[in-house]
Structure formats: structure tokens, C-alpha cells
Design a protein around this ligand. Structure first.
Ligand code: SAM
Length: 233
């Protein structure tokens, strides 16, 4: 994986501020943005970066052709999509090993199409066994299996995913398993270095990922014709 500064090449890890990089990217040059932005949480994490998270999501709608998929806290109001985009699904990541009073997170899907999709519930431990072996110092590292489910639902083989808040590179690892291209951006050099290590390791010894936890979760989304109720101003 390159670490150069050209944001239009596939399979890159950029150690930069994602807002700057995204501003320089051509519009609709990415198939889907799948990301875990800094968002309000009960742990006081990322407090100085929350605004980057929101701006990054809205910028993502200019760069993505089809979907912007992002993690968000169920305890905070979910950002609304901009005009021309629709909130089409809210998946739930249930964390059976979480100790908090809210042992789940939302995964929000914005689409350029108004067709609603089936929302799913995935039960995957925070410290999934394969994640455990790769666990770094990042406080919010996600399980690879979870990201792989999202990558496979919202892109096709050979397409390109952007993760502007890349952390330890989980989205890129999932993309590699799923044969998608991936550009990840991470501003913290320590997290980026860990992501680089993970990706280098996987290049040498790719590991098989198990199927999604439930058979139902392995199915592609089922579009329906329900037009969402207008929520706009
Ligand atoms: C919630 S974490 C992502 C964790 C990731 N899903 C994983 O599995 O490792 C959000 C990440 O966004 C990074 N970040 C925050 N603001 C940023 C910015 N403006 N540009 C790039 N990265 C940023 C933080 O350093 C943090 O690692």
C-alpha cells in the first residue's frame, strides 16, 4: 500500500487530515464511503475531532457515487443526510461483550436512491477472536467481520471504498479480504503505523474470514418501494 499523497489512486493509506484530502478529491470518484467517524460518546474520546466527523460525513456525500455508511451512537441524534441523499437503513452492531449500559451501536446508511433497505442486527464481540490477535492501542478498533459485512453489502468486487477516519485500518483489511480497493486516511501517525503493519501482514498471509454471523446477514439488502416520509425542512 502506498502512503503517497495522490488521493485518486486505489489502495492507499494517507497519513493526513481527511478534510484536506477529501477537498482535493474529484466528486463522485469513490463507490462508497464506509467509515467510523469521531462521534459523541460517553467516554470523552475524540472531543476535539467531533466537528471533523460531521464535516467529513457531509463531504463524503460529494465524493461517493452510491452510499455513505457510518457508525453512530444510539444515544445521540443522528445527523440527517443532505438534500439529494436518503437515510435508507439503520443497522445495529450488538456487542455481547460490552460492559456499557448501551451494548450496541448504530450503523447508518445514506444513499443517493430513496429505496429503503432491510436493516440488520449483527452480534459480534468487540474482541472478535481474529481482532484480538491484531488488537492495537486504538480505543475504538472495530471487528474485521463487521466491516467485511458492510463492504460486501454496499460495494461490488473491484469497486473502491474510502474510509476517511481509518484508525487502525480495519476497513482496508476487510476490503482486502473482499477484493475491493480501499483508500484510508488517518491523521494520527501511531494509528496509521499500526494500520500499515496490519496491511503488510495480511499481504503476506491472507486469512479466511468466516461468513457473517447469521445466514440472514449474508443476504444482500432487499430494496422496497417505500418512499421514506419526507423529513426535510
Ligand atoms: C472511531 S476512530 C476509527 C477506528 C477504526 N474504525 C478502527 O477500526 O480502527 C476515528 C479515527 O479518526 C481519526 N481522525 C479524527 N479526525 C481526523 C481527521 N480530520 N482526519 C483523519 N483522521 C481523523 C482519529 O485519529 C481516529 O483514529
Amino acid at each position: 500500500m502506498n502512503t503517497n499523497e495522490n488521493p485518486t489512486h486505489n489502495d492507499e493509506l494517507l497519513i493526513k487530515d481527511c478534510l484536506e484530502v477529501m477537498m482535493a478529491m474529484p466528486n463522485q470518484s469513490i463507490d462508497a464511503v464506509i467509515t467510523d467517524p469521531p462521534y459523541p460518546n460517553g467516554q470523552g474520546l475524540f472531543t476535539t475531532q467531533l466537528i471533523d466527523g460531521l464535516i467529513g460525513l457531509y463531504l463524503a456525500t460529494k465524493k461517493a457515487k452510491n452510499y455513505v455508511v457510518f457508525f453512530w451512537s444510539p444515544n445521540n441524534e443522528t445527523p440527517r443526510p443532505p438534500l439529494g441523499w436518503w437515510h435508507v437503513a439503520t443497522h445495529i452492531w450488538h456487542k455481547p461483550d460490552a460492559k456499557s449500559s448501551t451494548p450496541y451501536e448504530h450503523i447508518i446508511v445514506w444513499s443517493r436512491s430513496y429505496k429503503r433497505m432491510q436493516s440488520k442486527v449483527w452480534t459480534i464481540p468487540i474482541l472478535d477472536y481474529r481482532t484480538l490477535r491484531e488488537f492495537g492501542t486504538h480505543p475504538t478498533q472495530k471487528p474485521v467481520r463487521l466491516l467485511r459485512n458492510l463492504v460486501e453489502l454496499y460495494t461490488k468486487e473491484g469497486e473502491t471504498v474510502l474510509d476517511p477516519f481509518g484508525g487502525t485500518g480495519t476497513t482496508a483489511v476487510a476490503c482486502r479480504y473482499a477484493k475491493r480497493h480501499c483508500i484510508i486516511i488517518e491523521s494520527n501517525p501511531e494509528h496509521a503505523a499500526f494500520a500499515q503493519q496490519r496491511l503488510e501482514k495480511k499481504e503476506q498471509a491472507p486469512e479466511r474470514i468466516e461468513q457473517p454471523t447469521t445466514p440472514e446477514a449474508a443476504q444482500p439488502p432487499t430494496p422496497s418501494d417505500d418512499r421514506p416520509k419526507p423529513k426535510r425542512r
